[in-house]
Ligand binder design. Structure first.
Ligand SMILES: [Zn+2]
Length: 139
């Protein structure tokens, strides 16, 4: 058996009968699966378990593509598996962006989490009025 026969059994790529719907379903599979690598990479990089926004975006797009595929196939197992998952994905994205926007940016350019009282880089006191907006500080 040649390599070509292995990749194109019966003359079809990976032996799959390709159609537009199969392409949508497989793109959904790859997008959904790729989220694990994004999350793993972010965790290894930070040496702490983290779930980056990219994970939720890939989850959302991948699961919607798989839901579309499931609806086309009228497969109740597929449809139920992806019918409600977008709710926590979107909720996590909303909370992520709200939290990011609540960060305080010091005049030195350092971004601090919403709970910070002082800039970790220059020690400037971060004022209450600066919260939710960039570049707030006390003289
Ligand atoms: Zn600062």
């Amino acid at each position: 058996m040649s390599l070509h026969d292995l990749i194109f059994p019966n003359g079809q790529f990976l032996g799959i009968a390709w159609s537009m719907w199969k392409v949508i379903g497989w793109i959904g599979n790859f997008v959904f699966f790729s989220r694990f690598f994004v999350q793993w990479y972010a965790t290894e990089k930070k040496k702490q378990v983290v779930v980056p926004a990219g994970f939720w975006w890939l989850s959302l797009v991948g699961s919607l593509l798989l839901l579309i595929y499931g609806l086309h196939r009228r497969d109740s197992v597929f449809i139920f598996a992806y019918l409600f998952t977008w709710i926590p994905y979107i909720r996590n994205l909303i909370i992520h962006y709200r939290h990011r926007d609540a960060h305080v940016i010091c005049r030195c350019g350092t971004e601090s989490p919403p709970s910070a009282n002082f800039c970790s880089a220059c020690g400037t006191k971060l004022t209450a009025t600066s919260r939710g907006r960039a570049a707030g500080l006390e003289a």
